[in-house]
Design a binder for this molecule. Structure first.
Ligand code: PLP
Length: 389
C-alpha cells in the first residue's frame, strides 16, 4: 500500500500529540492540569440544548440534511450579523453553514488554489490555514506576526511578486494564539492590499464575542468592499460553548460562498438538522450568558497573568480571546519548556512552534478551565517556580 505523498507534507496535528501525552500521564495516575486546548469549560446554555432535544425527537430531522442548511438557520445567521455588526447579508447567497468552521477553513483552499499557487498565511496562526493550502497542492507564504507590530502582518514587507502570485490571504482577529485584536482601520488596509494584488481575503473570526472590558471586536465584513474581496468564517463553538456540536458558518462574497457550497455538496451532507435548530435558538435567543462568561474569563485572565508574570514569563494582557501568549525565558525551545512544565509541574500548555516558526519562544495558555482547576494550576506554577529557586 502506498499512501499519497501529500500526507508526508502534513506535520502531526499538534493538539492530537499533546492530548496523547496528557492521556498517557493520566493513565499512569498523574493529575494533569491542562491549559492547552481552547474549548469552553462551561456547558452549552440549557435553552439551546432543550431546543436540540426537541428537534431530535422529530423524525423529519433524522434524515439527510441539505448542505446549504435550513433557510431558518441562514436567516438567523444573517439576522445575527445585522444585529451584532450592522452587516446586511443575503441569507440565500451570502451565508453557508459549516460543520464547525474548521471544516470550511480546511476545504476553502480547494476553491481557490491550483497546484503550485501561493496563499498568504500569518505565522503564528491556527494550523488549518496552511494545512488546507498544502492539501490543495498550494504553497503557504508565511507573513510573520511580530510582537513589536502588535502581532499584525506587515503587508508592505510581502514582496510584490509574491503578493501578485498569491490567490488568497488568511487573517484572524481576535487572534489565536496571540490574543491580538484588529481595528477597522487595519481591515481597510487589508482590503486595499487585496485589491492591489487581486487577492481573496479569508477572515477567520470565531472569537469576536470573547472580549473584555466591554470591548466589541469588529467584523471584517463591516468594511465597504469587504464582500467584493472576501469572506468571513465564524463559529458557534466559542460564543455558545458548542464546540462538540460542530456548527459554524462562512459569510460574504456570493461567488466564494457558492464555490465552497459546490465543494461541500460533493463531499458532505451538511449539519445534522437538530443541531441546526439549536444554532437558530443560540443566535436568536438570550445572549446573556456571553457577558457573564466574559466576566469570568476576565477574572481568570487577570489571575493567571499575575502568576505567569511572577514566574518570569512576559505576556501582554489580551483584550479578547481566551488565550494568553507568553514569552518563555531564553535558552528553551517552546517544546522543551512545555515538556518541562508537564513533567515537573503536571501542567499542559501549547508550545508556540505548533503555530509556526514565529511562534517559537512562546507558549499559549488557554483560560477555558474551571476556576477550581485554574487555582490549582496557578498554585502549581508558583510552587514549581519556588522549587526551581
Ligand atoms: C482561530 C480559530 N479558527 C477556527 C477554529 C475552529 O472552530 P470550530 O469549532 O468552529 O471548528 C478555532 C478553534 O480553536 C480557532 O481557534
Amino acid at each position: 500500500m502506498e499512501l499519497a505523498k501529500r500526507l508526508n507534507r502534513l506535520p502531526p496535528y499538534l493538539f492530537v500529540e499533546i492530548n496523547q501525552k496528557i492521556a498517557e500521564l493520566r493513565a499512569m495516575g498523574e493529575e494533569v492540569i491542562s491549559f492547552a486546548v481552547g474549548d469552553p469549560d462551561l456547558p452549552t446554555p440549557s435553552h439551546i440544548i432543550e431546543c436540540m432535544c426537541q428537534a431530535a425527537q422529530n423524525p423529519a430531522n433524522h434524515r439527510y440534511p441539505e448542505t446549504a442548511g435550513l433557510p431558518e438557520l441562514r436567516q438567523a445567521i444573517a439576522a445575527w450579523y445585522e444585529k451584532r455588526f450592522g452587516v446586511t447579508l443575503n441569507p440565500s447567497k451570502e451565508v453557508l453553514p459549516l460543520i464547525g468552521s474548521k471544516e470550511g477553513i480546511g476545504h476553502m483552499a480547494l476553491c481557490l488554489i491550483e497546484p503550485g499557487d501561493l496563499a498568504l498565511v500569518p505565522d503564528p496562526s491556527y494550523p488549518p490555514y496552511f494545512l488546507g493550502t498544502i492539501l490543495a497542492g498550494g504553497e503557504p507564504y508565511f507573513m510573520p506576526l511580530k510582537e513589536d507590530n502588535y502581532f499584525m502582518p506587515d503587508f508592505e514587507s510581502v514582496p510584490g511578486d509574491v503578493a501578485d502570485k498569491a490567490k488568497l490571504m488568511w487573517l484572524n482577529y481576535p487572534n489565536n494564539p496571540t490574543g491580538a485584536i484588529a481595528s477597522l482601520d487595519f481591515f481597510e488596509k487589508a482590503v486595499h492590499f487585496a485589491q492591489q494584488h487581486d487577492l481573496v481575503i479569508c477572515h477567520d473570526a470565531p472569537y469576536t464575542e470573547v472580549a473584555f472590558n466591554g470591548y466589541k471586536p469588529p467584523s471584517f465584513m463591516q468594511i465597504p468592499g469587504a464582500k467584493k474581496r472576501g469572506v468571513e468564517f465564524h463559529s458557534l463553538s466559542k460564543t455558545y460553548h458548542m464546540t462538540g456540536w460542530r456548527i459554524g458558518m462562512m459569510v460574504g462574497n456570493a461567488d466564494i460562498v457558492n464555490a465552497l457550497f459546490k465543494v461541500k455538496s460533493n463531499l458532505d451532507s451538511g449539519v445534522p438538522q437538530a443541531i441546526q435548530y439549536a444554532a437558530v435558538e443560540a443566535l436568536r435567543g438570550s445572549q446573556e450568558h456571553i457577558t457573564e462568561h466574559n466576566a469570568s474569563l476576565q477574572r481568570r485572565r487577570d489571575k493567571l497573568l499575575k502568576a505567569i508574570r511572577k514566574i518570569g514569563l512576559k505576556a501582554r494582557t489580551p483584550e479578547a480571546t481566551f488565550y494568553i501568549w507568553a514569552k518563555i525565558p531564553k535558552g528553551y525551545t517552546s517544546i522543551d519548556f512545555t515538556k518541562k512544565l508537564l513533567a515537573e509541574a503536571g501542567i499542559a500548555v501549547t508550545p508556540g512552534i505548533g503555530y509556526g516558526e514565529e511562534g517559537e519562544g512562546y507558549v499559549r495558555f488557554s483560560l477555558t478551565i474551571s476556576d477550581e482547576c485554574l487555582e490549582q494550576g496557578i498554585n502549581r506554577l508558583l510552587d514549581w517556580h519556588r522549587r526551581r529557586g
